[in-house]
Write a protein that binds this ligand. Structure first.
Ligand code: SAM
Length: 314
């Protein structure tokens, strides 16, 4: 808890919006969450394991400290680890998602990240924020409303000898003030969770510097002029509000004022990328439970199976 505010307060890179971030974060942290004492205890014990150098050893964000298998429970208490994977000393945190596969799909834009002020919206525990920083971003502001993922980030971050230039705040995009602060904004896996997709895109437009870049990754459906608005659940998720075809997303982006819209990847999610591991817990489901048992091209509700596209624009 203290850690979350301390990191924001100590970061000079976010000076123009620091006051806003602190105020909004204090409001979030004042709300009751019965899990906080447990997460605080894990964070405190993890902080004792000592620091190490961080690097990317495909597929892991790898910290070469001296953590041994004896300490695995402290990390398991912060389950579910959806995003990763991380290697901490001798412990491999094999998260549900192998994020390295998505990272490789971004290869064509790596050179655009260097020295940029980056915003990572819906960062989860910061796997991509760590990579953006390791690949040369000047500073990354990661925002993630789900508190557990903030604790996971702080647990990993506390083990890095010279912490990277990343600030994480437990906020939603809507809570940021409208200042044109960012050279590069990432919204990956977030748009389909928004009831109002156009206001998500307009808010991003408002935060982007005039020549800045925007990378959008979201669920899509094949065809032209298609838009699925799931009635109830999609792949067992309650909070999926829109799955458009590629041309519809391009229209949404153009309508919001984005230019030079380029489709850089289309990919159907496979079990090699999203699967059950020890790190999400025994009772938790993953992709194989979300798809039709007899036809992996369909979700269990009969919709097309998850396929994602990436767009770069400015
Ligand atoms: C599917 S995960 C994607 C995580 C990561 N960006 C990735 O690509 O793997 C979506 C995340 O966005 C967060 N989220 C949803 N709505 C958001 C909003 N309005 N502002 C910021 N984060 C949001 C959720 O809490 C969740 O952790």
């Amino acid at each position: 808890m203290k850690e979350i505010l301390k990191l924001i307060a100590s970061n000079a890179n976010i000076n123009p919006i620091k006051e806003d971030l602190i105020r909004e974060t204090e409001i979030v942290l004042s709300q009751k969450n019965g899990n906080i004492p447990k997460w605080e205890r894990s964070l405190e014990s993890i902080k004792q394991f000592g620091t190490g150098q961080v690097r990317y050893t495909d597929p892991y964000i790898h910290i070469d400290n001296s953590t041994t298998q004896d300490s695995i429970d402290s990390f398991l208490e912060l389950r579910p680890w959806r995003k990763g994977p991380y290697q901490v000393g001798n412990i491999s945190i094999d998260s549900e998602w192998d994020g390295s596969l998505k990272w490789k799909r971004l290869e064509s834009i790596f050179h655009l990240i260097r020295d940029k002020e980056v915003l990572d919206i819906g960062s989860g525990n910061g796997y991509f924020s760590f990579l953006l920083s390791l690949f040369g971003a000047k500073h990354v502001l990661a925002i993630e409303p789900f508190l557990l993922f903030n604790y996971q980030f702080h647990a990993i971050n506390s083990l890095i000898e010279e912490p990277l230039n990343i600030t994480m705040a437990p906020l939603r995009l809507e809570q940021l003030s409208n200042q044109k602060e960012f050279d590069f904004i990432f919204s990956m896996g977030v748009l389909y969770h928004q009831k109002n997709h156009l206001s998500h895109l307009s808010k991003i437009k408002n935060l982007l510097k005039p020549d800045g870049y925007f990378l959008l990754e979201t669920l899509i459906v094949d065809g032209k002029n298609e838009l699925i608005v799931p009635k109830d659940r999609y792949a067992k998720m309650r909070n999926v509000f829109n799955i458009p075809s590629i041309d519809v997303i391009e229209k949404w982006l153009a309508k919001t004022g984005f230019k030079n819209i380029e489709l850089i990847d289309v990919n159907q999610t496979k079990p090699i990328e999203q699967r059950k591991t020890l790190w999400i817990g025994d009772q938790t489901e993953s992709l194989e439970d979300f798809l039709d048992k007899y036809d992996s091209n369909k979700t269990i509700e009969g919709y097309p199976a998850p396929k994602r596209a990436m767009f770069l624009c400015n």
